[in-house]
Ligand binder design. Structure first.
Ligand SMILES: Cc1cc2nc3c(=O)[nH]c(=O)nc-3n(C[C@H](O)[C@H](O)[C@H](O)COP(=O)(O)OP(=O)(O)OC[C@H]3O[C@@H](n4cnc5c(N)ncnc54)[C@H](O)[C@@H]3O)c2cc1C
Ligand code: SF4
Length: 437
């Protein structure tokens, strides 16, 4: 009898104890994850950043069995589990590529556009990527699909549809607007199909949104067919490597991209269109809008803004060493630009914002800003407006008080003018989605 008892005790110790330790570890880990998710959600709500920008997951709580597969699959740490159910805890960082939906073993996740609070405008596009306006095509993120691979595929397919159009007596068969993933792919396809085409890009570089990712961001994509080039084989790749690849593609193929040229208006012209840009006019049979959704940088509309010292994003903080810099805006990009410039030796940085508080910014940026201000590395002027930008100074108004600051550079981070009014203006039908697929 004692022998049997001791054999049982040994079995319990051998198998039961490790099992109990494993269960206790598993529960502790889950609780830790839940605490982290709750903290992230609270932070997002406090910062006013809990509304997703674009396509995003909604989770059916009745189907969710808390497998954690979506949490593990999300490369942006946007999704978490609270009270045993998955939910979007860091909505602002969700980029809508749907890895969470693919990973969910219980089919509990659906991807939708917009929310009940914030609608999202999606242009109506036919399967051949043509809009309701014959001759105007849309590819990539502007059409709602926010993925590099999809943008590349759509750019190529849209050009196949353009090539089927009856050509007219126009100098161009197609004008491509934008040199992000969709525009690059479309430009290659246009060359492959011997279309008379030109691509205009408002910025100074190819890559579109990819160019604006944080430094060294790991881009998650999948192999995709690029016209002329063949298969683009990347899975995970750094932003810098991907941009280098595209630059090399442009060089090798000689596709023509006009940088620093912004499309401003589109007018019908017989069977085609006149596209007016910041530089010239193009008469064309068709247009591909591959403009993404970030829009055109919002300007201040003040005297002196046309000077080259005024820019609309920070490229390299080092270039401002030893200079007097004014940053304008109250979002994360304005705060980050001001902090980065203030970190450079010898800079005198002022951040001007028209409201009385920074309400929709990441807590991390708010803290950095407060520290920099306390250390007198930069100055913040809330409730202030820029009135004039002169060659070596700027004039501001702060609640009726006139302020003039010495100035060498102005960085305006005042958001973008979204493309919806433009689309509606040229007759493209747009549907506002409030949390539907
Ligand atoms: C932070 C972040 C991370 C992401 N990470 C990933 C990822 O890991 N994997 C993934 O697949 N996707 C990711 N995405 C999404 C991906 O970047 C976009 O889906 C993709 O860039 C869309 O390509 P596009 O060519 O349609 O538009 P964009 O890349 O936005 O390019 C549009 C281009 O048009 C230009 N343009 C706009 N208006 C005009 C005008 N009037 N005149 C001339 N030019 C104009 C713009 O300057 C821009 O260069 C991420 C997005 C963000 C914001
Ligand atoms: S769509 Fe992508 S970024 Fe958004 S939660 Fe799912 S996996 Fe994360």
């Amino acid at each position: 009898m004692p022998d049997i008892l001791s054999a049982n005790t040994t079995a319990v110790l051998l198998y039961g104890l490790p099992f109990l330790v494993f269960v206790a570890w598993h529960i502790a880990r889950r609780r830790g994850n839940e605490r982290k998710s709750t903290a992230l959600l609270t932070q997002a709500i406090e910062a006013g950043l809990n509304e997703p920008a674009s396509l995003h997951p909604v989770i059916d709580p009745n189907r969710c069995l808390s497998s954690m597969a979506c949490v593990a699959a999300c490369p942006e740490q946007a999704i978490g589990v609270i009270d045993g159910k998955a939910q979007l805890v860091n909505a602002a960082s969700c980029i809508g590529h749907g890895a969470c939906r693919t990973a969910c073993p219980h089919d509990a996740i659906q991807l939708v556009f917009g929310t009940s609070k914030r609608g999202m405008d999606i242009p109506l596009v036919k399967p051949n990527f043509e809009t309701n306006v014959p001759g105007i095509f849309i590819a990539g993120e502007l059409g709602g699909m926010g993925l590099i691979r999809k943008a590349v595929e759509q750019g190529r397919q849209a050009m196949e549809s353009v090539a089927k159009l009856k050509r007219g007596a126009f100098p161009y068969d197609v004008v491509i607007i934008g040199a992000g993933p969709a525009g690059i792919s479309a430009s290659l396809a246009a060359k492959e199909k011997s279309l008379k085409s030109v691509t205009v890009e408002q910025e100074d570089s190819i890559g579109g949104t990819v160019y604006h990712y944080p430094r060294n961001k790991v881009v998650m994509t999948a192999p995709v067919q690029l016209p002329i080039i063949g298969r683009m084989k990347f899975g995970e790749v750094s932003k810098e490597r991907l941009l280098e690849f595209w630059k090399d593609v442009v060089k090798r193929t000689g596709i023509k991209i006009n940088f620093f040229e912004r499309m401003e208006t589109v007018k019908p012209d017989g069977q085609g269109f006149v596209v007016r840009t910041s530089r010239q006019e193009y008469r064309t049979r068709s247009i591909l809008l591959a403009m993404g959704r970030r829009g055109t940088p919002r300007k201040l509309g003040v005297k002196g803004e046309e000077q080259p010292k005024v820019v609309y994003r920070l490229v390299d903080p080092e270039q401002y060493r030893g200079q007097h810099v004014l940053v304008v805006g109250g979002g994360d990009s304005a705060l980050e630009a001001a902090i980065d410039c203030a970190d450079e030796s010898g800079t005198t940085v002022t951040l001007s914002y028209r409201s009385e508080a920074f309400s929709r910014v990441k807590p991390k940026n708010r803290e950095h800003l407060q520290r920099a201000e306390a250390a007198r590395r930069l100055r913040v002027l809330l409730s202030s407006n820029v009135e004039e930008i002169a060659a070596d100074s700027v004039a501001l108004d702060q609640g009726g008080k006139k302020i003039r600051l010495r100035n060498d550079a102005v960085i305006v981070c005042a958001g973008g003018i979204l493309p919806t009014p433009f689309l509606k203006g040229i007759g493209v039908q747009v549907e506002t989605k409030y949390g539907t697929a």
